[in-house]
Design a protein around this ligand. Structure first.
Ligand SMILES: Nc1ncnc2c1ncn2[C@@H]1O[C@H](COP(=O)(O)OP(=O)(O)OP(=O)(O)O)[C@@H](O)[C@H]1O
Ligand SMILES: [Mg+2]
Length: 308
């Protein structure tokens, strides 16, 4: 291909991307954006996200995962994917968003965020516009974005929880996990006016334990805060979950007959039936815009711990 042909193709690609973005904008296609967060590390958030993503994909949804983690325990690492670039390359305009995307099992698209999210608060106006535009012009269809947020209440980990339409907190039956989940709810509610939270209880011995854990968190939250907690369900303790991720797969795919796989199919079905948030256009660019805005709002917020 000559340089001229290559340039012609490039221009054609850009025009095609813009047309696709415009089509999505005009059709008002709804994109559901859900962040999975937790008060403390190791509760099983990434495992839950991979399995929810697989269960949603099996229901015919086009799933995109935004992975804030890096290394072996990230979504990328657990699925055995090898990223060449990450979102920070898009932020710096060194690569297009398409060049950063990875394809995981069940056709799930993974966006490795790298340090990209952390740098958003300091972006200049032009870089912000370029980033928002790159999500707006994405040519591939997306129905659901699942975000794997870093655990905890530090200010730099909050933007992804605040920018999503729906927030799912993963908690396990350990007392420290419950108190840290409450602490996260409190910071997001009192500091940033977030009112609605979905809860998944992981690693339970049975449904009674899941319900009991939810009741404990909900009782404290309703006593001290004005929040709405929705119990999505519980995931049994099952080594097959670990085994599946060792294979770079989900239980939904590798061990579909297990109770854990059935749980994730049920959770995905329930998510599918969530109503559309009021006044929410649901476009990817609106999410990016909110993410930049909340990154600025949380930047420099120290003393979050003091609010607890
Ligand atoms: N329901 C479960 N039953 C058995 N093992 C589980 C279950 N859920 C998760 N695990 C295992 O627990 C470990 C931690 O899970 P995972 O990495 O998903 O936690 P995380 O909350 O994402 O951790 P981090 O905060 O470090 O990102 C993994 O080895 C995973 O396979
Ligand atoms: Mg994780």
């Amino acid at each position: 291909m000559t340089a001229l042909q290559a340039r012609g193709r490039c221009v054609a690609d850009v025009a095609q991307d813009q047309a696709a973005g415009l089509r999505r904008l005009l059709s008002g296609d709804f994109v559901r954006i859900v962040t999975l967060a937790s008060g403390r590390r190791g509760v099983g958030k990434t495992t839950a996200l991979i399995n929810l993503a697989a269960a949603l994909a099996k229901r015919g949804k086009q799933v995109m995962v935004l992975d804030e983690h890096q290394g072996a325990h990230s979504v990328v690492g657990m699925l055995g994917l090898t990223p060449c670039y990450d979102l920070s390359h898009v932020v710096r305009r060194e690569r297009s968003l398409e060049q950063v995307l990875l394809t995981g099992p069940e056709g799930i698209t993974v966006v490795p965020a790298g340090k990209g999210v952390e740098s958003l608060a300091a972006l200049g106006v032009e870089d912000q516009a370029s980033l928002v535009q790159s999500f707006g012009q994405l040519s591939q269809p997306v129905d659901v974005v699942l975000v794997d947020a870093v655990a905890g209440v530090a200010s730099h980990v909050l933007p992804l929880s605040l920018a999503a339409q729906e927030l799912v907190l993963v908690v396990d039956p350990q007392p420290a996990s419950m108190t840290d989940a409450y602490a996260l709810i409190k910071v997001l509610n009192q500091g940033f006016a977030r009112r609605s939270f979905h809860i998944i209880v992981n690693r339970v011995s049975g449904t009674e334990e899941g319900e009991a854990v939810f009741r404990k968190v909900a009782t404290v939250a309703s006593r001290f805060l004005k929040v709405r907690l929705d119990y999505m369900g519980c995931v049994p303790r099952d080594d097959k979950l670990h085994r599946a991720t060792q294979l770079g797969r989900s239980v939904v795919d590798a061990f579909p007959a297990t109770a854990a796989a059935q749980t994730f199919r049920d959770l995905a079905e329930a998510m599918d039936q969530w109503p559309h948030p009021e006044g929410e256009e649901g476009q990817l660019e609106a999410f990016m815009q909110r993410l930049i805005q909340t990154s600025r709002a949380t930047a420099g917020e120290s003393g979050l711990q003091g609010r607890m």
